[in-house]
Design a protein around this ligand. Sequence first.
Ligand code: FAD
Ligand code: MLT
Ligand code: ZN
Length: 516
Amino acid sequence: MRIHFLFPRACSYLTKPRMRHASNRCRSFHCTVPIRSVELTKVRYPNLKRGPFSILGDADVQFFERLLSGAGRVLADASEIEGYNTDWLKTCRGSSELVLRPKTTEEVSAILNYCNTRRLAVVPQGGNTGLVGGSVPVFDEVVVSTQLLNKIISLDELSGTLVCQSGCVLGYMEEYIADYNLTIPLDLGAKGSCHIGGNIATNAGGVRLLRYGSLHGSILGLEAVLPNGEILDCMSTLRKDNTGYDLKQLFIGSEGTLGIVTAASVLCPQKPSAVSVAFLGCESFARVLDIYKEAKGMLAEILSAYEFLDEASVAVNKENLRMASPIGDFPFYILIETSGSNGDHDEEKLNTFLETMMSSGLVLDGTVVTETSKIKDIWSLRERVAEGLLHDGYCYKYDVSLPQAKFYDLVVDMRERLGTSVIRVVGYGHVGDGNLHLNMTSPTYSPEVMSDIEPFVYDWVSKYNGSISAEHGLGFKKRNFIYHSKSKSAVSLMQQLKRSIDPNGIMNPYKVLPEE
Ligand code: FAD
Ligand code: MLT
Ligand code: ZN
């Protein structure tokens, strides 16, 4: 039993020079699967019928070219738009012939007004890191990308309210406000590419939800363009505002089916000045939960993340990304992050916690880091599993909420069920939020494997009153399983709302709501 304490006396987190002029472009993830080999969605799902939408014509393209003047704002060249047609997982590929890149809310409004009148279907797209096929066309929908809606509008340093356009990249926003000793209440592995508008549209959870709660609390206001082009102004910057229905909430998690979010105000907390990350090994998932209980009690207010990975997830890092684990081999690994304002106090608390865990035998081995670069390395072990899985070929991705005690049984059952028909079955996720990420891989897409997984996985989750989508949304892939987590009356009201806001159904068709 050993634990490596790597606390430098002066925490380099505080002294690292910041990137003041970072561009609003970030690292994108590369997958080994070439885009053209991804089967078209309309081919993979032959029973799905195209909706009663118009076909894009030359006059439409000319209208958009007049509206969006300047190079790179109307993309119609097949090689330029193939990336916009294909999702991050390389599992869905649409056949859109047009990508529009507006810069202002008024341009978005004119685009939607035109599309609604012409009955052209539209897919809003942010960073295209979504994991449920929601961000790409199914057939030939026009893609409206928020890439150029990328301006920071204002920052109120006292309240920590950042107002920006919806195409700002999350990682860029984080760098920007670090200069003001603030941080973003949301963090996820895709922060180098995802947009705040996409985060809002999916109600993204990520690794800081345990500390800062969901976007339903951190988004103070937003502006959205409705399908008919009307601009909905819900741009409050107030923390408290109980005047009528809170309409912005409808757009948080609506996955582009009700309109396009064009701007938002985000409540940014104070940036913690002392951050530590511990990476620990233990013998079972029951231990992961025992340690979580102790962490909540002993670390209390400084506990900011509690994540887990199983052995098979760490094997993905090792085999596919050539990453090494900083500790030995264990059946389960835990990543604990503490964030606070007093390094000595937090260090002492974390040390006492770890010593107790080691002497009780709950933790078998571990390492603790406080330097920014080392913190990043440890977080990479957790956050890059999604990327590593893509190197196997095809990834069947599930993201469920379950009572924590039942959490890992699903992985065990799935492993037993699929046997050698898949390369691997891995489980990792946000233990603190009761959110398991279950992933299986095979060299290429296999309908047989798929039929062994679905609906089994959804039935399993439903049996334990879980949610079939904890944080990724329903998108295209999961919409027909909505009844596993929502009542008929709830889905019916959702359908009524959709019809009243988008009577022509042009906004992100074939997504979220089930086929009628
Ligand atoms: P996109 O993928 O472009 O779009 C997602 C959905 O939102 C689509 O339905 C799209 O139509 C809609 N949309 C996008 N922009 C707008 C807009 N402005 N207005 C209206 N609708 C819009 N998710 C988590 O919740 N937690 C995680 O920890 C997490 N980690 C991830 C790690 C990796 C490596 C990857 C690849 C993804 C991860 N995701 C995670 C999923 C994904 O990053 C999030 O769903 C993210 O919020 C999507 O943002 P985006 O800008 O890429 O949106
Ligand atoms: C994560 O937490 O790593 C993301 O949600 C991505 C995934 O589920 O693979
Ligand atoms: Zn996640």
